[in-house]
Write a protein that binds this ligand. Structure first.
Ligand code: BGC
Length: 712
C-alpha cells in the first residue's frame, strides 16, 4: 500500500472529512486571529487546511498543532490569495496583462511564490483566469482581460511561476486556477449573478484558459460562485467531473470558493446543508472552503445514502496526495524554514515590480505633451489618486503593507527634483465635497503642465465591486473640467481596475494614460513613463468602450448579417452612439511611431500538420527607441459555424532604434485554424482564411492576406 493508502486506512470518517475542510484565520494587525474552535478542530483532525494565515512563525505554530497534537499528525494545507504579489505587490492582473509578456508574467508569479512560501504558505488561490468583457464586473481587475488566447498564455505562465518545476521545493506554491468557469459572463456585470452562456462559448472562450492551466500542471482548481444556466458551478457534474477530470485530465484538487457549498441552498438546488454537501462532493469538489457544509453535512449525507464512503475516500485521497506532492509529510516546516535573505534578490524583486508596473501603463492618447519636456518647469499635480498610497496596491493586497507603495506624487518628486511641483488634492475619490477645487485651480494656474490623477479607489474593483456606471466617481469630473477650462496642457492619469467611461476626458485632455493599480512601485513607474525615461509599451488587454451601454464589447465578435452601416437604418448599430469602442483591444501609444508593411506567408496553402510562418516588416519612424507589440489574427471567412471577425492567434514584440527596420516572424501551426465544428469536434474546414497583423484589433488598420486550407 502507498503511504496515502495506509494513512487513509487508519483514518476515521471524521478525520477523512477533516481533510476536506478549510477554515479561515482572520487577520489582526499583530497576526492571525484564530477562533478557538479552529484550533480545537486542528487538534482533533477536523480541519485539514487553513486560509488567510501567513508569517512563518504563525504558520509553523498552527502546523505544529496539526502535526504534533492531532492523532495522525497530518500537516495542514495553508493557502492565501496571492493574486498579484505577496509582500511585494505587483500590478493588478488586468494591468499585468497589458504587458503581453509571458516571461514577465511568470517571473512575477515566481517572486510572489518565493515571498509567500517564506511566510509558510503552500497554496495560492490564483491565477484568476476569467475572461471578462464587461467593465461593470469589478473582478475584471483580477484577470487577464477579454481574450481566451491571452488568458491561456497568462494561465500557463502563472502556473509555471507559482509552482516552479517541483511542487515539493521549499519555494513552490500550489496554483489554484479560478474561477471555473464563465464567472466573467455574470449577467449585466453583477458579481455572483447567474451566467447563461452557450455550449460553444464555454468551449471556445471560457474553458481554454483552464485547459492551458491544466496542461501546465496546475495542481488545484476553484469552481466559481455562479451557476451556468441553472447549475451552480460548485455542483456542476458535467463540467467538474466530465469535462475537468474526464476530458481535460485534471487529477489535482478542487477547492470550493468561500462558503460556496452552503450557497447551493440559496442557489435553489439544495434543500439543506446536507444536500448541498452531497451535491458538491458528487460533483468532485474536494475541499470545502469555509461553509461547514462538509463537516456538518457529509455525515448525514452518508446516513441518508446521498453519498458513499468511497466518495469521501476519493476526495481525501486527492487532498492527501497534494500534501504529499508538496513535501508536507517529509517536512511540514520546509516553507518558512530558516533561510538567508539575499539582499540583492530583494532589490531585484523591487526592480522587477517597477519594471512590470511601467510596462503595464497604457498611453491612450497623447497630443505631444508626453513625455514631459525636459528641464525645470512648474508642474501641478492634482486629484485624489496623486497621494493615495494604499490604493496603489489594488484589489488583492495579500501581505503587502499599506504604507509601502510609492505614491504618484512621490514618484514624480523623486524623478523631477529640479521642477517646482505644486500639489492639491481637489476632491476625494468619492465624496460630494467640492470645497477643495478652488485650491487645486490655484495650484494649476501658473503650471507649465498639469498632471491630473483621477480614478477609482482600489476597493471599487475586485470582488463584490460591480459598478452599473463605471464613470469617475464622486465629483472628480467637476474638478477635471475646472482644470481643463484653464486651457493649459493637461495629462490625465487614470487609476482604475477596469476601463473607465471617460470619453469627455479623452476629448479634452492633451494626454490620457491608463495607470490601473500598479502596486508598490506605482509612483516610480508612472514617473518613468511620463518623464520619458521609459518608452511606454503597455497595450490594452481589453476593449475600452465609449460608454457602458456598449458593453459587453470585444474584438472577437461574430459577424452580423447586417453589419453596422450608419447610412443604412436596418443595420446592427445604435441610434445614439457609434458601435466602435473608444479604444480597441491592443491599443497603446509609445513615444515613437511604428509602421508595418509587407505581410507575407511562407505558403499560400496549408494542410493539417503544417506550420505557416507570417512575416511582416516593421520600421520605427519616430525619433526614439521603442518597442511595438504586433498582434496576429485570423478569420475563417466561410465556415459551417460563423467564426468571429477576428481571432487572436499570436503576438510578437520588437524593439527598434529610430529609423531602424526589421522583420517579425510569427509561426502558426495549422491547428490554430481549426474550430469546433457542428459536432463540437475540432476541424479545419478547407477554404479561404484571412490572416491579419496589426498593432491593435482595430480592423481598419490591419494588413491582411489570404491563405487557403486544403483538405488533409
Ligand atoms: C473569492 C476567491 C478567493 C476566496 C478566498 C472568495 O470570496 O471569490 O477568489 O480565493 O474568497 O479568499
Amino acid at each position: 500500500m502507498s503511504r496515502i493508502e495506509t494513512l487513509l486506512a487508519a483514518m476515521t470518517c471524521e478525520e477523512k472529512i477533516g481533510q476536506l475542510v478549510m477554515a479561515t484565520a482572520g487577520y489582526a494587525v499583530t497576526g492571525p486571529v484564530l477562533a478557538s474552535d479552529a484550533t480545537e478542530g486542528v487538534r482533533a483532525g477536523r480541519i485539514g487546511g487553513m486560509l488567510n494565515l501567513w508569517g512563518a512563525e504563525h504558520a509553523h505554530a498552527i502546523q505544529r498543532m496539526a502535526v504534533e497534537e492531532s492523532r495522525l499528525g497530518i500537516p495542514l494545507l495553508l493557502g492565501f490569495d496571492i493574486v498579484h504579489g505577496h509582500r511585494t505587490i505587483f500590478p493588478i492582473p488586468l494591468a499585468e496583462a497589458a504587458l503581453f509578456d509571458p516571461v514577465l508574467w511568470e517571473r512575477t508569479a515566481r517572486e510572489a511564490a518565493v515571498e509567500a512560501t517564506r511566510d509558510g504558505l503552500a497554496v495560492t488561490f490564483a491565477p484568476m483566469i476569467d475572461v471578462a468583457r464587461d467593465p461593470r464586473w469589478g473582478r475584471i481587475a483580477e484577470g487577464p482581460g477579454e481574450d481566451p488566447w491571452v488568458a491561456a498564455r497568462f494561465a500557463e505562465a502563472k502556473v509555471r511561476g507559482f509552482q516552479g518545476s517541483n511542487l515539493a521545493a521549499a519555494d513552490s506554491l500550489v496554483a489554484t486556477a479560478k474561477h471555473f468557469c464563465a464567472y466573467g459572463a455574470a449577467t449585466a456585470g453583477r458579481d455572483y449573478a447567474s451566467v447563461d452562456v452557450s455550449e460553444r462559448s464555454l468551449h471556445e472562450i471560457y474553458l481554454p484558459p483552464f485547459q492551458a492551466a491544466i496542461a501546465a500542471g496546475c495542481a488545484a482548481i476553484m469552481p466559481a460562485f455562479n451557476d451556468i444556466a441553472g447549475i451552480p458551478m460548485t455542483a456542476h457534474v458535467a463540467l467538474l467531473r466530465d469535462w475537468l477530470r474526464g476530458q481535460a485530465g485534471f487529477d489535482g484538487v478542487v477547492i470550493s470558493d468561500y462558503n460556496a457549498i452552503a450557497e447551493l441552498v440559496p442557489h435553489g438546488v439544495a434543500g439543506d446543508l446536507v444536500e448541498a454537501a452531497a451535491l458538491a462532493l458528487k460533483a468532485g469538489v474536494d475541499i470545502d472552503m469555509m461553509s461547514n457544509a462538509y463537516s456538518r453535512g457529509l455525515p448525514m449525507a452518508l446516513d441518508r445514502g446521498l453519498i458513499s464512503i468511497h466518495d469521501i475516500d476519493e476526495a481525501a485521497f486527492r487532498v492527501l496526495t497534494l500534501k504529499q506532492r508538496l513535501g508536507l509529510f517529509d517536512d511540514p516546516y520546509r516553507r518558512g524554514g530558516a533561510g538567508t535573505i539575499d539582499p540583492s534578490a530583494e532589490r531585484a524583486r523591487r526592480e522587477l515590480a517597477r519594471d512590470v508596473a511601467r510596462r503595464a501603463i497604457v498611453i491612450l492618447t497623447n497630443a505631444g505633451v508626453l513625455p514631459l519636456a525636459s528641464g525645470a518647469q512648474r508642474i501641478a499635480v492634482v486629484g485624489p489618486l496623486a497621494d493615495a498610497r494604499a490604493d496603489m496596491r489594488g484589489s488583492w493586497s495579500a501581505a503587502g503593507d499599506a504604507n509601502d507603495p510609492v505614491t504618484i506624487l512621490e514618484g514624480l518628486r523623486a524623478a523631477l527634483p529640479h521642477c517646482e511641483i505644486a500639489y492639491a488634492r481637489g476632491v476625494d475619490i468619492e465624496s460630494e465635497d467640492v470645497s477643495g477645487i478652488g485650491e487645486a485651480i490655484d495650484a494649476c494656474r501658473s503650471a507649465d503642465v498639469i498632471l491630473m490623477c483621477l480614478g477609482e479607489a482600489a476597493s471599487m474593483s475586485g470582488e463584490a465591486a460591480s459598478r452599473a456606471d463605471p464613470v469617475l466617481p464622486g465629483r472628480q469630473r467637476e474638478l477635471a473640467e475646472a482644470v481643463l477650462d484653464l486651457g493649459r496642457p493637461v495629462v490625465a492619469l487614470l487609476s482604475s481596475g477596469r476601463p473607465l467611461m471617460a470619453s469627455w476626458l479623452v476629448e479634452r485632455a492633451d494626454a490620457v494614460a491608463a495607470t490601473w493599480f500598479l502596486g508598490c512601485e506605482a509612483g516610480n513607474a508612472i514617473a518613468d513613463v511620463v518623464t520619458g525615461r521609459f518608452d511606454p509599451t503597455g497595450r490594452l488587454p481589453v476593449t475600452w468602450p465609449r460608454d457602458i451601454g456598449q458593453s459587453p464589447i470585444f474584438f472577437a465578435a461574430r459577424p452580423s448579417g447586417r453589419p453596422a452601416n450608419p447610412a443604412d437604418h436596418f443595420t446592427s448599430k445604435y441610434l445614439d452612439m457609434s458601435v466602435e469602442p473608444l479604444f480597441p483591444f491592443g491599443h497603446g501609444l509609445s513615444y515613437t511611431r511604428f509602421a508595418l508593411s509587407n505581410l507575407r506567408l511562407s505558403a499560400e496553402t496549408f494542410r493539417p500538420g503544417d506550420d505557416i510562418v507570417a512575416s511582416v516588416d516593421v520600421v520605427n519612424e519616430g525619433s526614439r527607441l521603442g518597442e511595438e507589440t504586433i498582434f496576429l489574427f485570423i478569420r475563417d471567412v466561410v465556415a459551417s459555424v460563423a467564426r468571429p471577425l477576428l481571432e487572436l492567434k499570436g503576438i510578437a514584440k520588437i524593439k527598434l532604434a529610430p529609423g531602424e527596420r526589421s522583420a517579425v516572424h510569427l509561426s502558426i501551426p495549422a491547428s490554430a485554424f481549426s474550430f469546433l465544428g457542428l459536432d463540437f469536434r475540432p476541424i479545419i474546414e478547407p477554404g479561404r482564411f484571412e490572416l491579419s497583423v496589426g498593432t491593435s484589433a482595430d480592423r481598419t488598420n490591419l494588413i491582411t492576406v489570404s491563405v487557403q486550407a486544403t483538405a488533409g
